[in-house]
Design a protein around this ligand. Structure first.
Ligand SMILES: Nc1ncnc2c1ncn2[C@@H]1O[C@H](COP(=O)(O)OP(=O)(O)OP(=O)(O)O)[C@@H](O)[C@H]1O
Ligand SMILES: [Mg+2]
Length: 338
C-alpha cells in the first residue's frame, strides 16, 4: 500500500546543495549541504546557508560538517540532522518521499540514503536514479524508444547515462564534480603564483572566468590570497586562459566518461545521438564552453538544460505528480527494508 504518494516530497541530497521539491510549490528549498555543530554542547547549531557561512571562519568550539561527499553520505548522523531540519516545515504526517541516488554507488550507500530519510521522520521512502530524474527534469522523452543522453555534473559526481523506454541502457559515473574543478584552480594558483586561495574563491573564479573551451574572449580576474613564500596577503591577475588550462585534466576525465558510455551503445541508439544529441544537467553544466567541448569531441549536438542545477529536483517532482504512470522508474526494493 502506498501512503500519501500524491504528496511525496522530492529530495535531491547533493554534495554541495540539498533541494526539496514540494507539490504545488516546485523547488521550495535550496540549501548548502552543511551542518554546524556546537562541539561543547553537542548540539546542531545551524544547517544550510547559516552553517555554510561559517565554514572556514568558525572558532574551534563550532565545527561545520559537509555530510555528503562525492554524492554519497559520508557522515550519517549529520545527514539525518540536516534532512530532519529542512523537511520539518513540509512534512505532512509521516508522509512519503522520493530521493535521488547516484548511479554506481554500493548497496550499503543506497541503504544509508533510504535510512537517513526514514530516520529524519519519513515513513515511506522511494529511490530514483539521479540521471533518470535529471533526464525527466530536462524534459527528455525518456519513455520513447530512442536514445536520451544525459550528462549530469554536480558538485561531487559526474553521471553519464543513455535512456530508452524508461530504462538506463548505458551509464558511467566518476567521482568528480564542480568541487574538483575548484580544487584544480587552487592547485594551479599555488603552482603558478605561489598563491594560496580558499575553495570559495576558486569557485568564484570558475564561475566568473572559467571555461572548458576557448571562447575567443580573454577575461581577467583579480584574485586575492596568501603568498606562500612570505605569508602576506596578495592580489594576482589571473586570465581565463590560465583557468581553462587548470581545468583541462578534470575535463579529460569527464570526456572519458562520456566516451566510455558511448562505446557501450547499440548502433541504432548510437545513431540516434547524431539527431537528438545530449543534454547537460547539474550545476557544473553552467561552466562556460562545456557543451561546446563535449559537442566538439563527440560530433553530436550538446545543449544545456533549462535551470540545469534544478533538473534532478524537478524530475523527482514530476515523478511524484505522475506516480502511477512513472512508478516503474522508482527503485522496487523499498519493501525489503522495513
Ligand atoms: N556558473 C557556473 N559555472 C560553473 N560551475 C557552476 C556554476 N554555477 C554553479 N556551478 C557549480 O555547480 C556545482 C553544484 O552543482 P549541483 O548543485 O548540481 O551539485 P550537487 O547536487 O550539490 O552535487 P552532486 O550531485 O554531485 O552530489 C558547484 O560545484 C558549483 O560551483
Ligand atoms: Mg546533484
Amino acid at each position: 500500500m502506498i501512503v500519501g504518494q500524491k504528496h511525496a516530497i522530492g529530495i535531491d541530497l547533493g554534495t554541495t546543495c540539498v533541494r526539496l521539491f514540494v507539490s504545488g510549490k516546485g523547488v521550495a528549498v535550496r540549501e548548502p549541504t552543511v551542518v554546524a555543530l556546537d562541539v561543547r554542547a553537542g548540539t546542531v547549531k545551524s544547517v544550510g546557508r547559516d552553517a555554510r557561512d561559517i565554514l572556514g571562519k568558525a572558532p574551534s568550539s563550532i565545527v561545520a560538517v559537509q555530510p555528503v561527499k562525492g554524492g554519497v553520505i559520508a557522515d550519517y548522523d549529520m545527514a539525518v540532522a540536516l534532512l530532519r531540519e529542512l523537511l520539518a516545515p513540509y512534512r505532512r504526517g509521516n508522509g512519503a518521499a522520493i530521493i535521488s541516488v547516484p548511479t554506481g554507488i554500493t548497496d550499503v550507500e543506497r541503504r544509508a540514503v533510504r535510512e537517513a530519510v526514514q530516520d529524519a521522520g519519513v515513513a515511506k521512502v522511494y529511490l530514483i536514479a539521479e540521471p533518470i530524474a535529471a533526464a525527466i527534469g530536462a524534459k527528455l522523452p525518456v519513455n520513447r524508444p530512442r536514445a536520451n543522453m544525459v550528462i549530469h555534473i554536480g558538485g561531487g559526481r559526474t553521471q553519464v547515462a543513455v535512456l530508452t523506454m524508461g530504462a538506463v541502457v548505458a551509464s558511467e559515473t566518476v567521482r568528480l564534480g564542480g568541487l574538483d574543478l575548484d580544487e584544480a584552480i587552487v592547485d594551479d594558483l599555488k603552482a603558478r603564483y605561489n598563491l594560496l586561495v580558499g575553495g570559495k574563491t576558486a569557485e568564484e573564479i570558475k564561475k566568473q572566468i572559467g571555461s572548458a573551451y576557448p571562447t575567443g574572449m580573454m577575461d581577467i580576474s583579480q584574485v586575492q590570497g596568501r603568498n606562500l613564500a612570505n605569508g602576506l596577503p596578495e592580489t594576482v591577475s589571473v586570465t581565463s586562459k590560465e583557468v581553462m588550462d587548470a581545468l583541462a585534466t578534470p575535463m579529460v576525465q569527464i570526456l572519458d566518461a562520456v566516451k566510455s558510455t558511448l562505446s557501450r551503445l547499440s548502433p541504432d541508439l548510437s545513431g540516434d545521438l547524431l539527431q537528438y544529441g545530449a543534454v547537460l544537467t547539474g550545476g557544473t553544466a553552467l561552466l562556460s564552453g562545456l557543451s561546446e567541448l563535449i559537442s566538439q569531441v563527440t560530433g553530436f549536438p550538446v545543449r544545456v538544460a533549462l535551470s540545469p542545477e534544478d533538473c534532478v529536483a524537478n524530475g523527482i517532482g514530476f515523478v511524484s505528480g505522475h506516480f502511477r504512470a512513472l512508478r516503474q522508474v522508482l527503485s522496487q526494493e523499498e519493501d525489503r527494508i522495513r
